[in-house]
Design a protein around this ligand. Structure first.
Ligand SMILES: Nc1ncnc2c1ncn2[C@@H]1O[C@H](COP(=O)(O)OP(=O)(O)O)[C@@H](O)[C@H]1O
Ligand SMILES: [Mg+2]
Length: 244
């Protein structure tokens, strides 16, 4: 198993707040990792930092992707190297339709295939609306996955894919993530994902390899994602017995 991503002693502050306090972890190609943690723990900040958003300047520590030190690389360089992100709360872009946006980012992908993906994700009626304009929570999540599916990154960060999504559409979202990772066909060794979840519903659809709990800017423990989830459900985040 070859390593795809490694984070070493990552520290980050935003404003006055020390948000990440020495995060360490790594993942191999072909793996799906899941991040659990209470609100404000630093989950979103961690993936925004790995993706390289300018506001999330690394204070200390290194990030390696595909064997390269990317800590000082710009976000577009990381995207070119094969990282992609689905936001917890994506912005609305008035005046740019979902169709136009998909055309721009898909870079010559097959039109029929694109329409097929939109159909699968129940987004055909949304193609000619402004990007995320008036989209419901679930529609936004599906639109985010649509954008990733036409870009095909090797590593995707998916922030709370099930938030605001009704039960029926969670299955759709789960399928979309599996398609994105090539796991519905032959397991694709080149792809991987880091998924943030609160509810854990998504675990019913994607076959996650490892789970972590982030608490107050630190990774408390890692292990089998289902065991972690059931411990959290029983004892809350503070008393995560599996970490001992
Ligand atoms: N721009 C910012 N300035 C100051 N604090 C911030 C900023 N963005 C996020 N934070 C704080 O950082 C902490 C972690 O936030 P976040 O990464 O969004 O947590 P999570 O995704 O785990 O809920 C929170 O306390 C949040 O209020
Ligand atoms: Mg968050």
């Amino acid at each position: 198993m070859q390593e795809m991503l490694r984070v070493e002693d990552l520290w980050l502050s935003l404003g006055e707040k020390q948000v990440l306090k020495g995060v360490n972890f790594s993942m191999n190609y072909g793996e799906i990792h899941v991040l659990f943690g209470p609100n404000g723990a630093g989950k979103t900040s961690l993936i925004m930092t790995m993706m390289g958003f300018p506001r999330y300047k690394v204070e200390r520590g290194r990030i390696y992707f595909k064997g390269e030190d990317i800590t000082d690389k710009d976000i577009y360089e990381r995207a070119r190297l094969g990282m992609g992100i689905s936001f917890q709360r994506p912005p609305t872009v008035r005046g740019v339709t979902l169709r136009k946006f998909i055309e721009i980012i898909s870079d010559g992908a097959d039109r029929e295939e694109i329409i097929g993906i939109a159909e699968k994700l129940n987004l055909l009626d949304h193609l000619d609306r402004g990007l995320n304009e008036g989209f419901s929570g679930g529609e936004m999540k599906r639109s985010e996955l649509f954008q990733l599916m036409v870009q095909r990154p090797n590593l995707v960060f998916i922030d709370e894919p099930e938030s605001g999504v009704d039960l029926e559409n969670i299955a759709l979202v789960g399928e979309a993530i599996n398609t994105l990772l090539g796991k519905d066909k032959v397991k694709d060794p080149k792809r991987g994902a880091i998924i943030i979840t609160h509810t854990g519903y998504i675990l019913d659809y994607v076959n996650a390899d490892k789970g972590y709990i982030i608490f107050d800017g630190r990774i408390l423990c890692g292990g089998n994602p289902r065991d972690i989830l059931s411990e959290v459900k029983k004892n809350g985040y503070r008393k995560c017995a599996v970490c001992r």
